[in-house]
Ligand binder design. Structure first.
Ligand code: PLP
Length: 421
């Protein structure tokens, strides 16, 4: 459920008409709904109660500081995968004790940044990383709380580019080697083992792979405890999928996911952390664009938008589907037309949808991509020197621009000419 609905014939974000935002900021733009972000965050906290838990929003899915502040103010923790994301979490006012640091390639500089700024835990992904973190923490006279990310070798049955829990993926240490690696961690100075971490992939549409992974984590918890380790926290990762089409079978609900967590690891006396990104942010955002031209081709018609693959790369990168709707509500049983929906970028890959059935549209009309909040703006670029797409946050009847569209002057000023030219 989200808060993007038609009212009086016009698509609204909560109480704000989309054309009013378009008139102020121009198109294309992303718009996010505070009520939807809040609702999705609360679904997870409700699903995990009464277990002690922390819901750490995966910043990489939607990293605007205003969004992070919205969630942080509700008590959310943050899952960061870079020093930059760590600084975003801090800029949003989230204290270090609610920030977990994930990722396979943390640099020593990033470790220093998080250790000195305060961190809940590092989710360590390899033995070389353990040794580096031990060195950095020792040199600062600090102790780094850690979990070790284990790779449970389960098939998440999702897109190959976002499956992370099979043994051939680059993530974590093989679960079979956990005893050995935990023993090494316990022996290294400057590290304090606090728990276990697992994250098997993104856009999972079934609960079964989570169940397999979490049962393995439960076994591992008992084994590591019997080997003398203190395991007080289980970080179970993110990855719960969202419906990208309204006709689709619905993916599992956070309540069922919460029940699964309780069933598999709820009796271990551990604090539970989860790292959802997409399920909180995905359906909380739209990408709004204008129709530039309608071009009649041979055997197909093209809807050419002012948004392109540089603004929303998921269709071109993952073959992802986004529902596309007109901002003006189509009359019931209105005629439709099939379009290839494309952007202006000079690549055939710049295609959002082929043969998509849409209501009749005209040049200048506004359209919206639904479910664009996650992995949308964060993956945008300025390819073709198209200014980075702006972001807007709606809260009830108000909206604010939370990232402005850069001017061409600003874009050009970032390039500098060497002295020999
Ligand atoms: C990407 C990622 C997440 C979030 O995944 P979603 O599918 O957006 O929920 C959580 N944890 C880690 C370690 C990740 O890499």
């Amino acid at each position: 459920m989200d808060h993007f609905l038609y009212r009086n014939g016009t698509l609204h974000a909560e109480g704000v008409a989309i054309p009013d935002i378009a008139a102020t900021v121009g198109t294309p733009f992303y718009v996010y709904s505070t009520a939807t972000l809040t609702r999705h965050y609360r679904l997870f906290t409700d699903a995990l109660a009464p277990l002690p838990h922390l819901v750490c929003f995966a910043i990489k899915s939607l990293s605007n500081v205003a969004v992070l502040k919205t969630l942080g103010n509700l008590g959310a923790g943050m899952d960061v995968v870079s020093g930059g994301e760590y600084l975003r979490a801090k800029a949003a006012g989230v204290p270090g004790e609610r920030i977990v640091f994930s990722g396979v390639g943390k640099t020593r500089e990033e470790m220093r940044l998080a250790l000195t700024g305060g961190i809940r835990q590092f989710n360590v992904e390899s033995e070389p990383e353990l040794r580096a973190l031990s060195e950095v923490a020792t040199s600062l006279g600090l102790t780094a709380p850690i979990t070790i990310r284990v790779n449970p070798d389960v098939d998440a049955r999702t897109h190959e580019k976002i499956a992370t829990g099979k043994k051939e993926n680059k993530f974590g240490i093989p679960i079979a080697r956990a005893s050995e690696v935990y023993a090494e961690a316990a022996a290294l100075p400057g590290l304090q083992v606090v728990g276990i971490d697992v994250h098997i992939g993104s856009q999972l549409t079934e609960l079964e792979p989570f169940e397999q992974a979490y049962l393995k984590v439960a076994d591992l918890t008992r084994r590591l405890r019997s080997e003398g380790h203190t395991i007080t926290r289980l970080d179970l990762g993110g990855g719960l999928g969202i419906p990208y089409t309204r006709s689709n079978e619905a993916p599992p609900l956070p309540t069922d996911y919460g029940a699964l967590i309780k069933r598999t690891v709820g009796d271990l006396g551990c604090e539970i952390e989860i790292e959802p990104g997409r399920l909180i942010s995905g359906n909380a955002g739209l990408l709004v664009a204008s129709v530039i031209y309608i071009k009649n081709g041979e055997g197909r018609d093209f809807l050419i938008l002012d948004a392109a693959m540089n603004d929303l790369v998921r269709p071109s990168m993952y073959g992802a589907h986004h529902d596309i709707v007109t901002v003006a509500e189509p009359p019931v049983a209105a005629p439709t037309q099939e379009f290839d929906v494309v952007g202006p970028v000079c690549e055939t890959g710049d295609t959002f949808a082929r043969g998509r059935e849409l209501p009749l549209v005209a040049e200048g009309d506004l359209i919206a991509f639904r479910s664009a909040g996650a992995y949308g703006a964060v993956m945008a670029s300025e390819y073709n020197t198209r200014p980075l797409v702006p972001e807007v946050l709606v809260n009830g009847d108000h909206f604010a621009v939370i990232r402005e569209r850069p001017t061409f002057d600003e874009i050009l000023r970032r390039d500098t000419i060497p002295p020999w030219l």
